[in-house]
Design a protein. Structure first.
Length: 183
């Protein structure tokens, strides 16, 4: 197994530890130390996302395993975090449902495309969506009640949601032919 694939697996392995520390920190009256541990784990996991792709492309280590697992690991990490943030009352369930629904829709598009020999690569809007979601999560997990940080967290919530919707519309418009071929 090459280094990018190991980094992807590390991201997946970090998810239950992140969830454990975040929810334990919440259960223990928003214990700041546990939330910081959860945040550090999330940041490390997020950095593996950036690193695995760069290393795979730079050293020509792109594999089918990586093509499948990397986006799956990203979705697991981000969706797990957002579901936990419903529990901590920092995100509304409808908000998270919209984001998770987008992921299912895009995954469905990619599956249909793959059956027709078409690869739908991530575009810039999808990458911006992921980055804004990760920044939002980092800010919300920290749960620092400084007014300016609370405002930035709120801004990132709405930017992440907006980028989720925009990237979905762009993916659908750019790949509508994938569905037309199914008729």
């Amino acid at each position: 197994m090459n280094l990018p694939n190991k980094l992807t697996l590390i991201r997946v392995v970090l998810i239950p530890f992140f969830v454990f520390f975040l929810l334990l920190g919440h259960a223990l009256d928003d214990n700041m130390a546990l939330r910081i541990i959860a945040d550090v784990i999330f940041v490390v996991a997020s950095l593996t996302d950036m690193l695995d792709g760069k290393i795979a492309r730079k050293y020509h280590l792109v594999t089918n395993f990586g093509k499948f697992m990397d986006p799956l690991a990203d979705k697991l990490l981000v969706c797990s975090a957002m579901i936990c943030l419903i529990e901590t009352k920092q995100l509304f369930s409808w908000f998270v449902i919209i984001i998770i629904a987008r992921e299912f829709i895009i995954s469905g598009f990619r599956l249909i495309a793959a059956e027709n020999g078409i690869v739908i690569a991530a575009n810039m809007f999808g990458k911006i969506k992921t980055v804004t979601q990760m920044i939002m999560i980092i800010i919300l997990v920290a749960n620092i009640q400084a007014t300016w940080l609370v405002v930035i967290g709120e801004i990132f919530k709405w930017v992440a949601l907006l980028m989720t919707i925009i990237s979905l519309v762009i993916y659908i418009c750019q790949n509508i032919d994938v569905l037309k071929e199914q008729n």
